[in-house]
Unconditional design. Structure first.
Length: 391
C-alpha cells in the first residue's frame, strides 16, 4: 500500500529566460513544414537565454520568491540539480545561496543525472526532512537545452528553472512511497565535458524512454503502488510535449488498457501548457508540467498525480503525489504566466548569434553585455571567475 509521511512540495516557483524563438521562425529558416513542430513534436516556441543568463541566474530567479514568502530560517540545505553545469568543481547552488543571502549554516550541493537530477534532488530532500521535520530543503532544478544548429535536436531546445521548497505538511503536494525505479547503461543522449551542445541518438532516446516508463511502472506496482485508474493526471518528463502523449499511450498499452486518444489527452494535456512554449528544460521539465497542471486544472485537492522522471543514460523513477487541500491559495499562476509572456521575441539572426556565442576562456577581465531585464545577471568574467549581480 502507498504510504504518506506528509512530506512534499510546500512551494513551487518557475522562471525562464529573457528571449523566445517561435518555431515558426525556425521553420522559416530551415524549410520545415510547421505542422511537424506544432503537431508532430508539440512545440510552439523555445526559451533562449540572453548572453548574461545561465543556470545560476534562472535558478536564483525561481528561488527568490520562495525565500521572500517563507524566509530562510528553516532552510538548512540547498540542492541544485542541473546538467548544464558552469563549473566542474563548485556547485551552482553556492552562487544561488550567495545571491539570495541565505544563512552560512546551510549545506549546498549540485546533483547530476541528465533530466532525472531534479527528481533525485526532490527525493533526497524528502529524506532529509524525514530525519528532521522542522527543516526545509530548497531544491532548484535549472537547465539550458542546447543542440547543434540545424540538427534534429535543435527544435527541442529550451531553458527554465523550477524551485521547490520541500517540507513537512506541504501546502501543495504530498509525495508518497513507493517509487518505481529503473537504470540501464545506454548512450541515447550525452554531453562530453568539452562540448557545449548535447549529442543524441534521437530515435534510440525515444525507444529507451518508453522502455524506462514500462520498467519503472512495473517496479512501482511490484513495490505495492497505486493502480493506474486512481490517478487524475500524469506529469511526464517532456523533452517535447508530444513525448508525454507517447509515454502515456505506452503505459496504457503496458497495462492492457485501450489507448483512447481522449483518455490520453485528459491525463497529460494540462501538464503541457508551459513546456509547449518553453521547450526542454531537462531537470525542471516534469515540475514545469506540475506547475502547469496546478495552475490550470479545476480543484485537484486530494487527487493523486503520477510523476515519471526520465534522464538519459539512463535513469527513471515513477512515483505518486497527492494534491493538498487548499493548495490553490499557494499557487503562483500569475507570476508563471508573466515569466512566459514577458520574453522578448528573437529573429533568426539574433537567435543564431546567441547560439554561436561562447564565453571567453583566457582568464582576462571581460564584462558580459547587459541583455537581461531580470533580477539576476552574469555581469563579468574576471580571472576565470564568474561575477553575478542582483538588481
Ligand atoms: P526528427 O527526425 O526531427 O523528426 O526527430 P521525425 O521525423 O521523427 O518527426 C517527428 C514527429 O513529427 C513524427 O511523429 C512525425 O510523423 C511528425 P511521430 O511519428 O513521432 O508521432 N511529423 C509531422 N506531424 C504533423 N505535420 C507534419 C509532420 N512532419 C512530421 N508536417 C526528435 C525528432 C525528437 C527525435 C529530435 O527532435 C531529437 O533528436 N530531439 C532530441 C532528443 C529527444 O528529445 N529525445 C526524447 C527522449 S530522451 C529524453 O527525454 C531525455 C532528454 O531530455 C535529455 C536528458 O535526459 O537529459 C533529451
Amino acid at each position: 500500500m502507498p504510504s504518506d509521511c506528509a512530506i512534499g512540495i510546500h512551494d513551487l516557483s518557475c522562471a525562464t529566460t529573457e528571449f523566445v524563438l517561435p518555431h515558426a521562425t525556425l521553420a522559416g529558416h530551415n524549410g520545415t513544414e510547421i505542422g511537424k513542430y506544432h503537431v508532430g513534436i508539440g512545440q510552439q516556441s523555445m526559451s533562449v537565454p540572453a548572453a548574461d543568463e545561465d543556470v545560476v541566474t534562472m535558478g536564483a530567479a525561481a528561488a527568490a520568491p520562495i525565500v521572500a514568502r517563507h524566509g530562510a530560517d528553516r532552510i538548512r540545505t540547498v540542492v541544485f540539480a542541473t546538467e548544464s553545469s558552469i563549473d566542474q568543481a563548485k556547485s551552482a547552488g553556492v552562487y544561488v545561496h550567495s545571491l539570495l543571502g541565505l544563512p552560512s549554516a546551510t549545506r549546498v550541493v549540485e546533483l547530476k543525472q541528465a533530466c532525472y537530477g531534479g527528481t533525485a534532488a526532490l527525493q533526497f530532500a524528502i529524506g532529509l526532512v524525514l530525519r528532521d521535520r522542522r527543516q526545509q530543503v530548497l531544491v532548484v532544478a535549472s537547465d539550458i537545452s542546447k543542440y547543434d544548429l540545424d540538427s534534429p535536436g535543435e527544435s527541442t531546445q529550451g531553458a527554465a528553472a523550477v524551485a521547490m521548497l520541500v517540507a513537512a505538511d506541504p501546502a501543495l503536494v504530498r509525495i508518497e512511497e513507493p517509487s518505481g525505479l529503473f537504470t540501464v547503461d545506454v548512450m541515447d543522449f550525452w554531453r562530453p565535458n568539452y562540448r557545449d551542445a548535447a549529442l543524441v541518438d534521437g530515435e534510440e532516446s525515444i525507444t529507451v524512454y518508453l522502455q524506462a516508463v514500462e520498467s519503472a511502472w512495473k517496479d512501482y506496482t511490484e513495490q505495492g503502488g497505486r493502480s493506474l485508474d486512481e490517478f487524475t493526471a500524469f506529469c511526464y518528463h517532456q523533452p517535447f510535449t508530444k513525448m508525454a502523449y507517447k509515454a502515456h499511450r505506452h503505459l496504457l498499452n503496458t497495462c492492457g488498457y485501450d489507448t483512447d486518444e481522449s483518455r490520453i489527452g485528459r491525463a497529460v494535456e494540462r501538464t503541457t501548457a508551459y513546456n509547449r512554449v518553453i521547450g526542454n528544460s531537462y531537470t525542471a521539465s516534469a515540475y514545469l508540467g506540475l506547475a502547469a497542471l496546478l495552475d490550470q486544472a479545476d480543484d485537484l485537492a486530494g487527487r493523486p498525480v503520477g510523476f515519471l522522471s526520465y534522464g538519459s543514460g539512463s535513469v527513471a523513477e515513477f512515483f505518486a503525489g497527492t494534491v493538498a487541500p487548499g493548495y490553490r491559495e499557494h499557487l503562483r499562476t500569475s507570476a508563471h504566466r508573466e515569466a512566459i509572456d514577458r520574453r522578448r521575441t528573437l529573429d533568426y539572426a539574433a537567435y543564431r548569434e546567441l547560439h554561436e556565442r561562447s564565453l571567453p576562456t583566457d582568464g582576462g577581465d571581460h564584462p558580459v553585455p547587459q541583455q537581461t531585464t531580470g533580477a539576476f545577471r552574469l555581469a563579468a568574467l574576471r580571472g576565470h571567475k564568474r561575477i553575478y549581480e542582483r538588481r
